[in-house]
Design a protein around this ligand. Sequence first.
Ligand code: NAD
Ligand code: DAU
Length: 351
Amino acid sequence: MRRVWVTGGAGFIGSHLVRWLVRHYPHWAIHTLDALTYAGHLANLEDLQGAPNHHFHQVNIADRAALEALWESVPPDWIFHLAAESHVDRSILSPLDFVHTNIVGTAVLLELARHRWTDKTDKLFYHVSTDEVYGSLGEEGYFTEETPYAPRSPYAASKAAADHLVRAYGHTYGLPYIISNCGNNYGPYQFPEKLIPLTIMNLIERQPIPVYGKGENMRDWIYVEDHVRAIIRLAEQAPRGRTYLISAQNVRRNREVVELLCDLYDALRGTKDSRRLIRFVQDRPGHDYRYALQPSSTLLDLGWQPEVDFHEGLRQTLEWYQTHQSWLNAVRTSAYHTYYQKQYAHRLSSS
Ligand code: NAD
Ligand code: DAU
């Protein structure tokens, strides 16, 4: 039996990874570790209730004593590390939260692994990271595994620091690790602060849809389950001590993504005027222009390919949010409404 920890398993990507592991590896013990911040919700895992191979622990990864105690009772063989503060706009508002969880939290986990994994046979520290560590591209080109790090937002800098720590522990202490850097994920259970779920929420509620700047910025989009399948493939088969890039090579301008969602919504609901909700608003400070990744040849050689076409993925995502409005209402606390006001009220009033 392999015992697996998934940190951040009650978040967006983490919950899809946990679901995949629980369903495909019934003989493994899957332990979700999550602090249940504003972005983590047990509702994201509610279909796993009663699964005998899944266990949930509410714990902060920066709390060393709590993690030590957990390690004592359920020591992991593999750790998938996803717990993080993940939203760039929030990192601009409160950078220290990002330093604390993404850097200190990762360091605490690494320290435990260093001291506790004296026998490193079949051990794995898998760090889920982002393409934002590489900075911003112009109109041409792609990030590759060799691209130098050049993070530009507090979020990106905190993830870059975490990547460097993982690599340093591999080099110095022989920690068996994998880092994968991926572009923008979308799909069910994504918190409605990110572009796609926020657009869908505002389409459903017929509210203005804020697009930063002129909507010219580009992101490399991937359906969350394609990302999860890539993570599993790498964890199962890829050489340790390396970094891999995951991408569906699906680079789109923000304006195109939002317009596509408006048109899909109109087609599904028989409306015609959704694009009229779009508002071009004051830009994000330091907004990275373009991300585009060349997926690692190792990943492609292992037979991984994205399976979900962008239009189909957006359609499924839109339908999921339409049929899960109770989830949307449950995750939007008063703190969310305060954040939304702070982030958008002035932008929308002057658009
Ligand atoms: P998310 O914000 O939806 O979820 C993060 C989870 O981490 C939440 O459940 C939250 O409760 C938990 N968490 C936060 N701080 C914690 C702490 N101190 N201790 C324990 N748990 C804590 O994020 P996501 O979009 O699912 O991203 C997951 C990981 O993937 C992150 O590391 C992120 O940097 C990375 N990533 C995300 C994307 C993307 O497009 N969303 C792309 C590439 C990489
Ligand atoms: O690239 C991977 C990263 O993608 C992940 O590491 C991050 O965790 C994840 O949050 C995401 O970062 P982005 O900043 O790219 O995602 P976000 O959804 O916030 O924004 C996507 C694009 O849309 C970006 O160019 C900013 C723009 N945007 C975003 C919001 C929230 C808008 O135009 N309007 C908005 O309201």
